[in-house]
Write a protein that binds this ligand. Sequence first.
Ligand code: AMP
Ligand code: MG
Length: 287
Amino acid sequence: MNYRKKFVVDAGEKVQLSKIDPSYTGKHESHEKAMPKIQEHIACMDKLQYLLYADGNQSLLIVLQALDAAGKDGVVRHLFSGMNPQGTSVFGFKQPSKDEAAHDFLWRAHLRAPGKGEVVIFNRSHYEDVLVVRVHKLAEKPVWSKRYDLINDFEKMLSNNGTRILKFFLHISPEEQLERFKQRLDDPSRHWKISDADYTERELWPKYIEAYEEALEKTSTKYAPWHIIPANHKWFRNLAISEIIAGTMKEMGLKLPPTHVDLEEIRKKYHIAEQEQVKQGSKGSGA
Ligand code: AMP
Ligand code: MG
């Protein structure tokens, strides 16, 4: 399935989240059927991350945005655990620190943006500055409404500098969110994730949807596209996102850089007999 094509928000496209089914799983998919595909995509991502790192010319930025309990942490845990920590990082955007708040809103995002050869995952992002900030009126409209253009310029600059950007909005229903909050209450190992705000924020659901729709509409571009991922089913969310990331990385033309040394000469100099070639791919998982 081409989930990239299916879930991408085209530049300038109008977004109505109420028209998108968060429980969508496609016609022929089931959890069991999806597992081997998810594993295949993850293996592909891991292999290509190794090449991205070795190649050192491009980078990948993945932005995860969603309402609470939609599965941002789950995506990080399930899809990126096989990547080499050397060259991969996750940054979670919290309420700005004093230092962060003293700068422009893109400063902290720019600081964490991937260098060449790196994969960076933003768990929340600079988009909070047109989402929570708008919903909670932490800035006036004349301030946050100028930020869409600033974000587009910022992302264009990163893109021009060799960063591939993929943005995902995990789309869940309010009922599914409530169910997940309940599961957290029932699971002592996840009590730490619960806060009062979880429930008060739910009351602002329509305001968040309005803010998300405008952000998705105004900041989905060719160089930094948004994808709206039906996320009521965790396995489907993982399937779609892993397919989109693996497919995009395949297009990046990643390859091992040429060696800078004369291998024959090294063999001769150190009297090393040529052995059977190490099988292609044995290092490919980023080992
Ligand atoms: P969590 O993702 O559960 O760790 O929560 C992080 C919290 O930080 C969320 O409530 C976000 O809305 C909040 N947050 C992130 N960025 C900003 C921002 N720029 N301004 C205000 N709150 C933010
Ligand atoms: Mg949370």
